[in-house]
Ligand binder design. Sequence first.
Ligand code: PMV
Length: 309
Amino acid sequence: MKANYSAPGKVILFGEHAVVYGEPAIAVAVDKRTTCKVVQAEEETTVNGYPIDKDYHSYILEALRCVDIDSPLKIVTKSDVPSGAGMGSSAAVTVATLASLHHISGDLKEERLAREAFNVEWTVQGSASPIDTSTSTHGNAVMLSKDKEEDFLWSISREGKEWNIHHRDIPEMQMVIGDTGVHARTGPLVDKVRRFYMNNNFAKEIIEEIGNIVIEGSKALAGENLERVGELMDRNHELLTILGVSHPKLERLVKGARKYSYGAKLTGAGGGGSMVAVTDDPEKVARVIKRRGGTPYIIDTTGEGVSEN
Ligand code: PMV
């Protein structure tokens, strides 16, 4: 009894936060991955040599609840997806773990994996969208939307909301992520936006405008129009700033990166975390990010989803 799977992190190009309310969003899988190896253990279930713990291993513990495996397990994870950086590290560990566990229980299907991984994230971190978990499962680029469109993969629903998940081809483009080093948790940021959204029509309009940007962004990506992609990323960033999820360090990195980019925006939940830039000169953007106190990652969007090692 053994299994070894890996799953990628992701970067959200358009639509974070608005996607929680059913607006569309687009994310791309990146070449940073989390690996989860599982073998049978003698006495108790351990994670990376420690007894499994509800505080430290909450995603893995929830993933274990999805499968029917009686024996104790030795679980070893390894990740090069930076955590708390808006790159979907919790989704990657959840998807890789579920894949290994389902391999053992003999029932591994992409769609089921994506659905269960979403439920795990929801249970651990509260209200969320399936964007991270579906992108980590499928790889490539993924678009979530209210309606079923071309290249439909699966749909996921929860508490009256339904997201349709689609495969998207994206043009070859170079991206740089800039990690502010300020670690912010997704749940409280989603809650902050929710309070704004519930009490304020202006916030609802912002969310809707983000939705429109995603649709325009999808067309620009399909047409390989990177100037337009960049313009829309910039606007998406301004709207996220109005929603209150930017951070002074993000602003510094975004402004610096824009000098050598088509566009730049925060990516993921914000409040710190990371920004992403689309550029023809990744080395230059990486240098600016470093000079401004961030950690740059030049990203390859090779795009493989969950896979066996
Ligand atoms: O912080 P991340 O990278 O997990 O991204 C969160 C994206 C949100 O739209 C803010 C929340 C969600 O689950 O969609």
